[in-house]
Design a protein around this ligand. Sequence first.
Ligand SMILES: [Fe+2]
Length: 266
Amino acid sequence: MLSVLQLFTHSPLRNFSYIVYSDRSGEAVCIDPYDAKLILTHLKKHGLKLKSILNTHEHNDHVAGNLELKEETKALIYSHPNALGKIPGLDEVLKEGDIAFSHESETLVAWDTPGHTNCHLCFVLKNKTSHKAVFSGDTIFNAGVGNCYRGGNPSTLYNTLKNRFFSIEGETLLYPGHDYWDSNLNFSETMEPDNKEITKIRNLAEAKKETSEFLVSDFSMEKKVNPFFRLEQTTLQNNIREKNKETDFDSEKSYFLGLRRLRDHW
Ligand SMILES: [Fe+2]
C-alpha cells in the first residue's frame, strides 16, 4: 500500500510538501519539496529511500527544496513538459497519464491540469477501481481554487476543474499545496452566509490545530463549502451576479469566472 506523509512549513505561504511511500519496499517520492531538511528528517525517521522528486508546477514555493534534496538523495526531478527551463534541476518530464510511482496495484499518475499555470500537473493516487487521493498543488485548495495571475488562465482552470474534478468520487482525499482553510472559509461565508456547513467544517479544522494536525478533506466535503464546487447554488449565483454588476451570467463557466474575479479582489 502507498502511504502519505503531509509536511507543513510555518512560512507565510503555509506550504505543504508530501512524501508518498511504499510501506513494503521503503521507496518514496516527494511532491513539492519546500524545506529540504524537513523532508530529509522524515525520510530518515521512516527509513525511506527517495526515488523521485515531483513538482506540480514551476512556482518557487513548490520547488524551493529541489536542488538540496536532489544533492542529498540523488533522486531525479520530474515535472510538466512546459516547465523545462523554469524548474531548478528538472531531469525528466511527465505527460498526461504517465505513472510517477507505483506499488502493487496502487499508482501515482500525472494529470495535465493547466489553469493556475500552463505547466501544472496534479498527481492522482489510484488503485484498480477508484481515485484514492489528489495532490492538487495550486489547482484546488480546501474551500477554494488557485489564482491565475502568475502564468495561468481562469478559463483554462475552469475547464480543468469541470473535466477532471467536478465529478470525481466524493471519497477521494484532497492534498493541496497550501493550508488556506481559514481564509478560504471566510470567503465562502461572504458568498453563502447561510451555509451552515461552513461553521461545522471550520470547527473541525480548529479541533485539528490543537494537535498540530490539519483537516484533510475529501471531495464530498469540498462540495459542501468550496464555492467553486457549488456553482449551481442559487444564493451563490445571486451573490456572484450582484457583486459583478457589469457582467452577463448565462453559464456555469460565467459564474466560475465571476467568482474567481471576486476572490482575486477580496
Ligand atoms: Fe503556484
